[in-house]
Design a protein around this ligand. Structure first.
Ligand code: GLV
Length: 377
């Protein structure tokens, strides 16, 4: 909110009205917003779509934009686009009705919304994962454009993944459990803790998040290998980039495997019994991509059978993880409830992109971070 162009432009306009002079400062503020957006695009290497939206069949200047929550952002949006109706939706029960006559939805691929009887031209997802939009028959039929915030949560998720890896490796799961019982046990995990430096981490999915993980792991002195879906290219700190069919071979050499893959037909259930069997028995599985990419029963079995050394999990299948699920009580498992992406900075970055894409959409220009609906990310 503080850094929002629309907010500041509105403030300046109100001030100028109070002072009785004509409002001109919006130009300076627009320049500021454009510079902020440009900096974001450059820092994260965000890409423009090939075609301007005006060249796509169903584009028109939107009349109604629905925004998921974020009510406090609306006055500035209304001031910036007086001809557009902005409506905030507070929760799932009112979503379908709000989307019925909306042109744009700034929110998430919530099934109750994206599968409803809407005629959206564009969904601006404030999450990276858009599998529910890709799977929506309504979205596909209407060729609704989907853009997302790919890469923007890379730093947060990478820090979280590294935290899970280090917490497992230093045995913090066991020590925190002992702390809660006021138990001083220096023997705990004495033989299981190993040094990370020189060890190998396999990053599965070398995209916007995977690259941030790889950079940090390299900084810790680890050897970084990776797989990616599309090509073998990677930054110089990744010692080997394999394609998806090399997964098992690379997993066998890794001390830590970190899953960052999006959920697609290809990744659904890819971390299965065969995969965990390929891993080394001391190695950790860290998962910050999508829960459904792992077969949870196979993961529990691998942990129980000692096929892997432990797991640091932020994503699950199912989510939320039910209260009586065996993962909760499984030793050497650290569970966080799908929060890896969170930070105060991410919220601001997301909103800079939302505003930039809205400006582009209204002008009929090329969008940033448009989702390839065939690939699913
Ligand atoms: C978080 O899970 C996201 O998809 O951004």
């Amino acid at each position: 909110m503080r850094n929002s162009i629309f907010t500041t432009a509105l403030g300046a306009t109100l001030l100028s009205l109070q002072l009785g002079f004509t409002a001109t400062p919006a130009t300076a503020q627009n320049t500021h917003a454009a510079a902020e957006a440009q900096a974001l695009i450059e820092r994260f290497g965000l890409r423009e779509s090939r075609q301007p939206v005006r060249d796509l069949g169903n584009w028109k200047v939107p009349e109604k934009v629905v925004v998921w929550q974020n009510e406090e952002r609306l006055p500035a949006l209304r001031a910036a686009y007086p001809s557009i109706t902005f409506e905030s939706v507070a929760g799932v029960p009112s979503l379908a009705a709000a989307l019925e006559d909306a042109d744009v939805f700034v929110g998430y691929c919530i099934p109750a919304g994206v599968n409803s009887d809407h005629s959206l031209q564009w969904i601006m997802s404030m999450a990276v994962g858009v599998e529910n939009c890709v799977a929506s028959e309504v979205v596909q039929r209407q060729k609704t454009i989907v853009a997302n915030v790919k890469k923007l949560s890379g730093p947060e998720i990478a820090e979280h993944a590294i935290a899970l890896m280090m917490a497992l490796n230093r045995g913090l799961d066991g020590f925190i459990a002992n702390q809660q019982k006021e138990v001083w046990d220096r023997g705990l995990l004495a033989d299981d803790i190993w040094e990370l430096e020189g060890r190998t981490v396999l990053v599965v999915g070398l995209g916007g998040i995977g690259i941030e993980i790889a950079r940090r792991a390299h900084g810790l002195g680890m050897k970084v290998t990776a797989t990616r879906n599309s090509r073998r290219e990677g930054p110089e700190y990744v010692s080997y980039v394999g394609l998806a069919d090399e997964l098992l071979e690379l997993a066998a050499e890794a001390d830590v495997v970190i899953n960052t893959v999006p959920l697609t037909d290809k990744t659904n259930g890819m971390f299965n019994a065969e995969f965990f069997e390929a891993m080394q028995s001391h190695a950790y599985f860290v998962s910050v991509g999508r829960g459904k990419s792992a077969n949870t029963d196979d993961l529990v079995a691998a942990l129980r059978n000692g096929q892997i050394g432990g797991a640091g999990l932020d994503v699950f299948d199912p989510e939320p993880l039910p209260a009586d699920h065996p993962l909760w009580s499984q030793p050497r498992v650290i569970i966080t409830p799908h929060v890896a992406f969170r930070s105060e900075k991410l919220r601001e970055r997301v909103w800079i992109l939302v505003e930039e894409n809205l400006r582009r959409y209204v002008n009929g220009d090329k969008l940033i971070s448009k989702v390839d609906m065939r690939r699913g990310y």
